[in-house]
Design a protein. Structure first.
Length: 379
């Protein structure tokens, strides 16, 4: 009896995820509507850490300086020892708004810090009169009303941190196969409704767009409190949520310019931190591989095998789990305006991400963990 019920395990797991995993799959935590009006608008400093970002930094600076924001906004670009003219491109993009832009020449990386957070810490140093720090990446563009919405959200709901998962580029084959799946997996790992519930322990943020109260950040120990974290956005969210409420949502008001035309580019992005997410634990790695195999791979394997062998029960179990899996993926695909048929490819994306995670561990053991832009963080 148990042997005949075992094939239904993936189906049962997916039903459990739908019912008890914080409604992660709905993708309904999203920026929407117009920003509420405030009596006064706080001062904001936007900080962009940039290392060899000449192709995209100009567009980012332009959209930041073009924000329709009633309060004071200044932009700080920290040129993290670039050798491609990043600083010059940033200055040129400022145009007649050059008085709103400061370009800081980054100091040599200090021991114990990740490169990005070392740059961010230097950008924040001069923001002593700002009420909020707006952290964004050098390859993100923002619609003109985005900052207004973020600040209004924080002020009206008394939030210490507001973050948006920006729209990632989704045009090449590999982007279409893997990027929506990445967003889906992130939501499953950190269910946004739980992140946004002050009484729930789950904390997360998306590093492409984070607005944080300067005082809340200082009270939590500042950037130095997470100086060695490679998954810095979620680490920041954790120390802030320990003291006050936060909010994380999806958005169509900010877009990433980062191009992933080849599998190797996405692979490198994921493998850089996947094993870090598992705390460099072999047991967690094994558990992840087994879990991914059961949740994502078993269903299509059973469905295909049933077509070969004619085992109707196996086909029902595998096909049912595959269908439920695909249905949960549809809201994310809708956000990215993709054909619903891509939902059936989620198991393939799961297989590839599992391989990336295993390779992340291999790279760590080879002393190349966390490699990014010429730096490696193997600890």
């Amino acid at each position: 009896m148990i042997q005949r019920l075992l094939p239904f395990l993936p189906f049962a797991i997916w039903i459990g995820l739908i019912l008890f995993r914080g409604n992660f799959w709905r993708s309904d935590q999203i920026t929407s509507g117009e920003a509420k009006d405030l009596d006064s608008w706080p001062n904001v400093t936007a900080v962009i850490p940039a290392r060899n970002e000449a192709p995209s930094i100009g567009a980012t600076v332009e959209t930041l300086l073009a924000q329709d924001y009633p309060g004071s906004l200044s932009v700080v670009v920290v040129d993290d020892n670039s050798d491609d003219g990043t600083a010059d491109v940033a200055r040129a993009a400022a145009g007649d708004r050059a008085d709103k832009l400061t370009v800081v020449s980054g100091k040599p990386l200090e021991a114990g810090w990740s490169g990005k957070l070392w740059a961010v810490s230097q950008g924040i140093e001069g923001a002593t009169t700002s009420d909020y720090i707006w952290l964004t990446d050098a390859d993100i563009t923002h619609t003109p009303g985005n900052l207004r919405w973020l600040v209004a959200k924080a002020e009206v709901e008394k939030l210490d941190l507001v973050s948006e998962m920006v729209m990632l580029r989704c045009e090449s084959f590999w982007e279409r196969l893997l990027i929506p799946a990445f967003i889906f997996f992130f939501q499953k790992l950190y269910p946004f409704p739980q992140v946004n519930n002050p009484d729930h322990a789950v904390a997360a943020a998306a590093g492409g767009c984070v607005l944080v109260k300067r005082k809340a950040l200082a009270d939590a120990g500042g950037i130095a409190a997470i100086k060695d974290k490679l998954i810095d956005d979620c680490a920041l969210a954790a120390i802030i949520k320990a003291r006050g409420p936060i909010w994380l949502g999806l958005t169509e008001r900010a877009h990433s310019l980062r191009v992933y035309n080849h599998l190797s580019e996405i692979w490198h992005m994921v493998a850089r931190t996947a094993f870090v997410q598992l705390d460099h634990s072999v047991l967690q790695l094994i558990g992840t591989v087994v879990g991914m195999a059961i949740i994502y791979l078993a269903a299509p394997i059973m469905a295909i095998w049933s077509g070969i062998t004619g085992d109707e029960l196996l086909g029902l179990a595998g096909g049912g789990a595959w269908l439920v899996m695909a249905i949960t993926f549809l809201p994310t695909l809708r956000l990215y305006k993709m054909n619903p048929a891509w939902a059936m490819a989620l198991p393939l994306a799961g297989l590839i991400y599992t391989a990336m995670t295993v390779d992340s561990a291999r790279q760590h053991w080879a002393g190349r963990g966390g490699a990014w832009k010429g730096r490696s963080y193997s600890s």
